[in-house]
Design a protein around this ligand. Sequence first.
Ligand code: 13P
Ligand code: SF4
Length: 316
Amino acid sequence: MSTDTLTPDRIARLQDEVRALARERGAVVLAHNYQVPEVQDVADFVGDSLGLSREAAATDASAIVFCGVHFMAETAAILSPDKTVLIPDPDAGCSLAASITADQLRAWKAEHPGAVVVSYVNTTAEVKAETDYCCTSGNARAVIEAIPEDREILFCPDMFLGVWLERVTGRKLNLWLGECHVHAGIRPADIERWQAQAPDAELLVHPECGCASQCMAFANGRTHILSTEGMIRFARQSPKERFLVATETGILHRLTKEAPDKRFEAVSERAVCRYMKMITLEKLRDSLRDWKHVVTVDPQIAARARGAIERMIAIA
Ligand code: 13P
Ligand code: SF4
């Protein structure tokens, strides 16, 4: 039976199995805000990339089942070399992480000797091993601001996050021209249409969205560029009742759960990350039952990547 045809009873049974297996195996289940609802609902912790990294570093559990994409599980494995990290589907990749290789980054660094390398967490372990600071959308601004003003910065791989960082920090960055196909696919026309239909709504925009969409965001006072967890915090605290959301649609489940009296609408229903959706409740159960798929990182690469990730976790 595929996840699409899961009945409420079957979901409940699978979730019971997951909880029992996790308890028995001493595992903690972490899930990203873009995961399908039934996976989010059974997880011990749901959050953004930064929150999940912090949780992975802090947990006492001997194993972590990471319901997210591969680079996230890899980051957890680097942070916790003594723990077993499982991912329910090892093919859950990320088109943004695939947009730069370690060889490409080494060649770029050679063109800019002495520059500080800041990499988005959406990168492979090999790219992180060539990096000085990792960041997520939740702390990218603080990471850039922590670097002395006179240092040249190479920022990779998301150009739209980079353009936004240049705008909010006033710093000139050398940008790698990568993008996330899901966020780049949210078009200015989607935002315009919604702004016309819902002029009373607050607009929540992920910084991976294309820069034209971001510009629209800067043009009015009711628009907010936020990480996924930032969107949840904002909606919870805001006195407003209606929100348009420009990011992957999986976040609507968490938003609705955390602020049930408010109304959330996706700016684009097409904004679905097929990699995030590769993790299903059945694969999560199988992962715990059959102890697969173990995520490993070459110890030498992990040792070189760890400093950049720890710097990321330390910067709020
Ligand atoms: P967040 O860190 O904001 O959760 O974003 C992760 C991601 O992959 C965005 O596409
Ligand atoms: Fe990667 Fe984009 Fe999917 Fe996020 S939404 S995991 S950046 S492909």
